[in-house]
Write a protein that binds this ligand. Structure first.
Ligand SMILES: NC(=O)c1ccc[n+]([C@@H]2O[C@H](COP(=O)([O-])OP(=O)(O)OC[C@H]3O[C@@H](n4cnc5c(N)ncnc54)[C@H](OP(=O)(O)O)[C@@H]3O)[C@@H](O)[C@H]2O)c1
Length: 275
């Protein structure tokens, strides 16, 4: 019953995704697949909308008229590159209505204050940092806000909850969230790729090695998420004294495994903070 009420409520909000690229399309996919939005309630724009035809086939509006998309929607998700942000806001700010619109920005490195200044109206702004797993509703999305009411905030959190897990953070941690949550997907992929390379060397074909590596990492992550344990508690369960696991783990550490990951994260963070 609650789910039905929730779905009826969500049906009344129209969502415009300005910038249907990798992330914008992934959000649209997730919203449709999770049934948070009906395709008819969703507009996706880009300058070259022909590459969005799969959304049109499902019933979404696709075009390149950003002003029209804003006018016809309640929630405006900005998913353009940082260098496109100023031009887009200049184009659409005239049609923003603070009583109607909520702006959600996934644009990396653009602060809420910058957005509000550029818009020049007291429109509530929520900054979101999801990752590409949003396409399969498995994102980790960090959210920060300014000027949003509790109900607006709840709505946006519910929107992203359909697409994975969410956490509210202070905006000053948004760069750190970008590194750990969004760049983190790339770090995890490299870890899995290395496992595949190792797996092939010890006898598996590439496809079997990929399956074993990816499912093992997924299972390890689920152990932590579902049981709330610390990684070392789970490692203790796998390491037999004098066994092969601890021998391999210690060799990895001698080669700088944890240290290289931490240094990589800090290098990424310094880069984002500098740029
Ligand atoms: N990918 C990630 O994992 C991730 C995670 C978190 C945050 N972000 C942030 O999300 C944003 C989008 O990233 P992305 O990887 O999705 O980039 P992307 O694939 O380049 O997508 C940006 C889209 O914006 C469209 N665009 C540019 N100017 C436009 C305009 N005037 N009107 C409408 N659409 C316009 C582009 O399409 P046309 O050229 O056809 O207009 C393009 O499809 C970036 O700010 C990024 O930092 C990305």
């Amino acid at each position: 019953m609650w789910q039905l009420i929730f779905k009826i409520k969500t049906m009344s909000k129209r969502i415009a995704i300005i910038g249907g690229g990798n992330l914008g399309s992934a959000i649209a996919d997730g919203l449709i697949q999770s049934e948070f939005s009906r395709p008819v309630e969703l507009t996706v724009t880009r300058r070259n909308p022909s590459s969005l035809s799969r959304f049109a086939e499902q019933g979404c509006m696709i075009h390149s008229d950003n002003k029209r998309a804003v006018k016809e929607s309640d929630i405006i998700i900005l998913a353009v590159k940082p260098y496109n942000f100023a031009d887009i806001i200049r184009e659409i700010k005239v049609v923003f209505n603070p009583k109607k619109h909520v702006v959600v920005s996934v644009i990396t490195g653009v602060w809420i204050e910058q957005l509000q200044e550029a818009i020049g109206k007291p429109v509530p702004v929520i900054r979101a940092m999801p990752n590409t797993a949003i396409a399969i509703q498995q994102s980790m999305t960090c959210l920060a806000h300014s000027g949003a009411s509790v109900s607006q905030l709840n709505y946006i959190q519910q929107l992203f909850d359909q697409l994975g897990k969410t956490v509210m953070i202070d905006e000053k941690l948004m760069d750190a969230a970008t590194i750990l949550g969004a760049c983190g997907t790339a770090y995890a992929m490299r870890y899995i790729r290395a496992n595949i390379q190792g797996g092939i060397e010890i006898g598996f074909d590439a496809a079997t090695a990929s399956l074993i590596a990816a499912q093992t990492v997924k299972g390890a992550a689920e152990l932590l998420l579902q049981k709330g344990t610390h990684p070392e508690q789970e490692i203790d369960k796998v390491t037999t004294p004098k066994g092969c696991t601890i021998a391999g783990l210690n060799e990895m550490e001698h080669q700088g495994f944890s240290s290289s990951l931490i240094r990589g994260i800090i290098t990424s963070y310094k880069k984002i903070a500098k740029d």
